[in-house]
Design a protein around this ligand. Structure first.
Ligand code: SF4
Length: 289
């Protein structure tokens, strides 16, 4: 069924084809993530004029340049800050942030936790490729323990962030994870994120074949993709790198949902209460006079 729907979907209608050829390396997962996003946009029937995509710096951040919609390519780690202003000023827009693990969890980590806390209506799509790809393959907050990068030539000694657990703990309304190996489920998860009235955070496991896979002898792009749902991924949240291979154990789909007031709604409700209290106080002063 999903193949039939996929055949109807023509991604070229959502791309700035004059920007092609794109910059992605052969086998990079980010193209599949972009396809899933635009496919979800089409199935949701979102008008391109009502779609605003904000992205930061890095390979994931470059994707906004190819999307034929309202796009903002902003400073490193700050797409959530820009998107916050945009979503506050233009609630009529569908605001989507595309960010990478370094952009979102390191340089922009502070913005992420506060975006989750506020629960402002937007979708944050974090493409986790376990490395700073664009700048040459430096270690990132999701690089697995023992993995080799240009800045950890002897192997990474740091534990990794579980970005979904972080987002849920910080208060994100909807949190999910999917892999680029499963594009239709990824598209469906993104649709849920777009539908959710509040802050939705989706981590996409998206392989960097070039500066991460090659450096760690992880094989070809298909070989890397087949390991995406293994709990032996270095970002396997617990760093079980010495345990036997256990495929299909990385949790995917909607991982947590915490329905509560969306930020603008909460502010408006709060403003009404303050106004009512002030009115009562003024009346009280008038009457006492
Ligand atoms: S460096 Fe890695 S993440 Fe960046 S485009 Fe190439 S494969 Fe993709």
């Amino acid at each position: 069924m999903s193949n039939i729907n996929s055949a109807k979907f023509d991604i070229r209608e959502y791309l700035r084809l004059d920007r092609f050829p794109h910059f992605l390396c052969p086998g990079c997962g980010h193209g599949m993530a972009l396809r899933a996003l635009l496919w979800a946009v089409e199935e949701k029937g979102i008008d391109k004029d009502k779609l605003a995509v904000v992205s930061g710096i890095g390979c994931a951040g470059r994707l906004s340049a190819y999307i034929d919609a309202n796009t903002f390519h902003v400073t490193h780690g700050r797409p959530l800050a820009f998107a916050t202003g945009l979503a506050l000023a233009r609630p009529d827009l569908n605001v989507v942030v595309i960010t990478g693990d370094g952009d979102c969890l390191a340089i922009g980590g502070n913005h992420l936790i506060h975006a989750c806390r506020r629960n402002l209506n937007m979708l944050c799509l974090m493409l986790n490729n376990e490395v700073y790809g664009m700048t040459g393959g430096q270690v990132s907050p999701t690089t697995g323990k023992t993995r080799t990068t240009t800045t950890t030539p002897l192997g990474n000694a740091e534990p990794t962030f579980d970005s979904c657990a972080l987002a849920a703990a910080a208060g994100a309304g909807l949190v999910g994870r999917e892999v680029t190996l499963q594009v239709p489920p990824l598209k469906n998860l993104i649709k849920e994120g777009l539908e959710y009235h509040g802050f939705s955070f989706i981590e996409v496991i998206s392989d960097c074949t070039e500066v991460f896979g090659r450096k760690n002898d992880l094989g070809s792009s298909p070989e890397m993709m087949l390991r995406q749902k293994s709990d032996l991924r270095p970002s396997s949240y617990g760093n079980k790198v010495d345990e036997p291979f256990r495929p299909n154990t990385l949790p995917t789909g909607v991982l947590s949902r915490h329905d509560r007031a969306e930020y603008r709604d909460a502010i408006e409700a709060h403003a009404k209460v303050v106004k009512a209290v002030n009115k009562t106080s003024v009346q009280g002063i008038d009457e006492s006079n």
